[in-house]
Design a protein around this ligand. Sequence first.
Ligand code: ADP
Ligand code: MG
Length: 353
Amino acid sequence: MNCIVELDNVSKSFSGLTALQGISLRIWEGEILTFLGPNGSGKTTLLKILAFIEKPSEGSMYYRGGKVTDENMAWLRRKATMVFQRPVLLNATVYDNVAYGLKIRGFPKGEISRAVKEALGLVHLEGYEKRPARKLSGGEQQRVSLARALALKTELLLLDEPTASLDPKSAAIIEDAIVTVNRKHGSTIVMATHNVFQAKAMPNRVALMEAGRIREVGTPHEVFSVLSKTLVSFAALDNTLIGEAKVVGDGVSLIDLGNNFKIVAAKKAEGKVSVFISPEDIILSRTRFESSARNLFKGRITEISDMGSVVRLRVDVGKPFTVQITKRSFEEMKLNLNSEVYIAFKASSVHIL
Ligand code: ADP
Ligand code: MG
């Protein structure tokens, strides 16, 4: 395997504040590597360094074995494309947005049009060429932003929380496109996420980040099969909880999350486990309702974040849960801070990490 970029003991500080500390890491050609960590752990800063956008404050960096210097950094920037968490689209058509990078690099028209078509196909936006990009939904805009990066076909693609706060359909399309370009074109992909389940499902390697350091790096199996201190500290992530599991039936376990708060999982597990429940898999209701879901709890809304087409709610049912619903159902239910609500999720939605 070829190493594309190597970081050797890299640190980065911003006017006294240390964002990254002692990072040593190799990016291998053709891999999907995911940085998983809570807010502020340094994911975005690390991606920017790998994209040659930010310069390390200390340590060394190598591109294909050659040292990265102030002199060659501007040239190296062309080797990588970074897609930012919030899409920055031009006030122009979808076509012009996706073609932008290729135009400024001076590609011939025919080649641009072929590349744009292929990239839009990958994110399922065929036929959107003439639409004004800024009029699209949040999820569609994020897909345009990814298509623009894909069209450039740089050898390194850096994606910052590419599916955070997107509707499930756009999130699935983006995940598919990432895997497809990796498999078909051999693109090397490094992405950041705070979604534990995504980090477990998608990549070849996961690097757990905490407070500016990489705590662990390995295959998802290696990283998630040990209930490390780092994973425990990840309980701060949305709906990642630590508990004690006990098999109570055929393929069913009861997990005590502490203070006698128990949830049912459709999987056999014994002993200490970390579990994850996706915010989209939780059903929310104003009233107690009939449901086949094995987990049903009553609580109050303690936090509301408007994400555009979806709304994320923090619901305290004895343990805090994050629930994601569409803006429409949020408005229909007339929810407010402190509203009393019920949450429900299936035993099969409880993922044991
Ligand atoms: P993450 O993407 O994991 O949320 P970031 O890389 O954005 O983390 O941030 C890591 C730390 O560095 C945070 O404490 C953040 O406030 C700080 N930081 C990031 N960029 C800057 C900047 N341009 N100026 C000052 N501080 C910054
Ligand atoms: Mg970030």
